[in-house]
Each structure stands twice: as structure tokens, then as C-alpha cells.
Design a protein around this ligand. Structure first.
Ligand SMILES: [Zn+2]
Ligand SMILES: [Zn+2]
Length: 110
């Protein structure tokens, strides 16, 4: 189950994302944490991906920031039901369990 925390990006954060050279649609102003429920550390939501760099919004009750990461290198068990389910979709070094439930980043490997 996902962490229920959500964040609303401020104008400066939205402007940062809009200035990235990304092909993807613009970032939503409200994002939900993508980590495991009950995780330690900051909440995290993927804002935008530019080539190999993922820009994650990370926040706590008192502060938020945007940081660049690469993909978590973890692969799920070899008998995953489909090839799209086998790679962790979180950032390298994330807290909590790996997650492969969201597949929106995988389009280039069809
Ligand atoms: Zn969270
Ligand atoms: Zn992972």
C-alpha cells in the first residue's frame, strides 16, 4: 500500500519543472508520495524525468525540495508476471520496499 501523503507544488517548483527540457506533459500541481506506507524519511514523488535523470519532489511536514536521482537498480523476482513489472520504479537509495506497480516510465523499452 502506498503512503497517503500528498503535496501541492508552489509556483517556484512548478516553474522549475516547466523549464526542464522534458518531452513529457507538464507536471501536476498536486503529487502523491510513491513510497511504501509507513516509510522512514522524507516523502517522495516523481516530478519529471529528463533522459536518465529523475527529478523527485521530497518533502516533510516543514519543508520540500526537488532533487535529481537515477533509477533504483533493483529488479524484482525473476518470475514477475510481465516484463514491465520487474523493475523498481523508485529512485536509487529510496527508503522502504521496492515498487513496480507504476509503469509510466517504461515506454522506451516496448
Ligand atoms: Zn510518504
Ligand atoms: Zn527500489
Amino acid at each position: 500500500m502506498n503512503c497517503p501523503a500528498r503535496i501541492t507544488l508552489d509556483a517556484a517548483q512548478l516553474a522549475f519543472f516547466n523549464e526542464l527540457p522534458a518531452q513529457a506533459p507538464s507536471v501536476q500541481s498536486e503529487l502523491g508520495c510513491e513510497l511504501e506506507r509507513g516509510h522512514e524519511g522524507s516523502h517522495a514523488a516523481l516530478g519529471q524525468q529528463v533522459e536518465a535523470t529523475m527529478w523527485w519532489v521530497q518533502w516533510t511536514l516543514s519543508a520540500s525540495e526537488i532533487n535529481p536521482y537515477t533509477w533504483c537498480p533493483e529488479h524484482r523476482v525473476p518470475d514477475a508476471p510481465s516484463r514491465d513489472d520487474k523493475d523498481c520504479t523508485l529512485f536509487d537509495g529510496h527508503p522502504g520496499k521496492h515498487s513496480a506497480a507504476k509503469l509510466y516510465w517504461h515506454s522506451e523499452a516496448a
